[in-house]
Design a protein around this ligand. Structure first.
Ligand SMILES: [Zn+2]
Length: 240
């Protein structure tokens, strides 16, 4: 295969590869997988928030219970001291004051526990629901992935085949022209190579001046278009 033909072939294969890649990217399962991933991310972040709040409430409940145990213990101590032996009128009044104050604290703690356990229950329920949603999304993701994998099998094997052909075609192109092609391919979104048809390059279609045409026709077979700077092949296509 002539180098010019290998270069044209390379471009053909690359253009088809681009088409395959875009077909693969636009499969409906891809959009579905993206949507699921976004939803899963949202649920994961909500779950983090809920777990944080749940742990806070658990700590608050534990603190309150600890205080409650402490006040009960204190109450028993004061009661025991009050019951022990004879006391002055003033001492008895002190004991009573302490017991009243402790009773108020106990009441306050017990009062706080109700709403706290309700809040804990609500958070536990929200956490359970978020976990179920996360599990459901994971199942949906797996299903969509499987469907994508199944639906794209033919496309993916075509890509493998084209890539193999492409690598083979690339061996027929010099390192210098290959580098120029890769650079032009990025710059021109795939259409990097054009061929002279008469005195008109096939892609940019700007008619060459007679002197330019003369110079190009007598120069290298693979050169650069003076107008669009794509790689220009000056020879006719090789017969099939
Ligand atoms: Zn051109």
């Amino acid at each position: 295969m002539r180098e010019a033909t290998a270069l044209t072939k390379l471009q053909e294969l690359d253009l088809e590869l681009l088409k395959c890649a875009s077909a693969l990217a636009s499969m409906p399962q891809q959009a579905r997988i993206k949507t699921i991933a976004l939803a899963a991310k949202k649920v994961a972040s909500e779950l983090t928030g809920i777990v944080g709040q749940r742990k806070d409430v658990e700590l608050e409940i534990a603190d309150t219970r600890e205080n409650l145990a402490h006040y009960h213990e204190k109450t028993r101590e004061v009661q025991a001291a009050a019951d022990e032996g004879a006391h002055t009128h003033r001492e008895i009044r002190d004991f009573e004051q302490q017991l009243t104050s402790l009773a108020k604290r106990i009441e306050k703690c017990e009062f706080a526990l109700g709403p706290l356990s309700e809040r804990l229950e609500r958070l536990e329920r929200a956490e359970r629901n978020a976990r179920l949603t996360a599990e459901r999304l994971e199942r949906e993701r797996a299903t969509a992935e499987a469907s994508l994998s199944e639906g794209s099998a033919a496309l993916r094997s075509r890509i493998v085949e084209l890539t193999r052909e492409r690598d083979a075609a690339a061996t027929g192109v010099s390192a210098e022209h290959l580098a120029a092609y890769e650079a032009a391919r990025k710059r021109f979104k795939g259409l990097a190579v054009e061929r002279l048809q008469g005195n008109v390059p096939s892609v940019c279609r700007v008619k060459l001046q007679p002197s330019q045409f003369h110079d190009l026709a007598h120069g290298e077979e693979i050169t650069e278009c003076p107008y669009c700077h794509r790689i220009l092949i000056t020879s006719e296509e090789e017969g099939e």
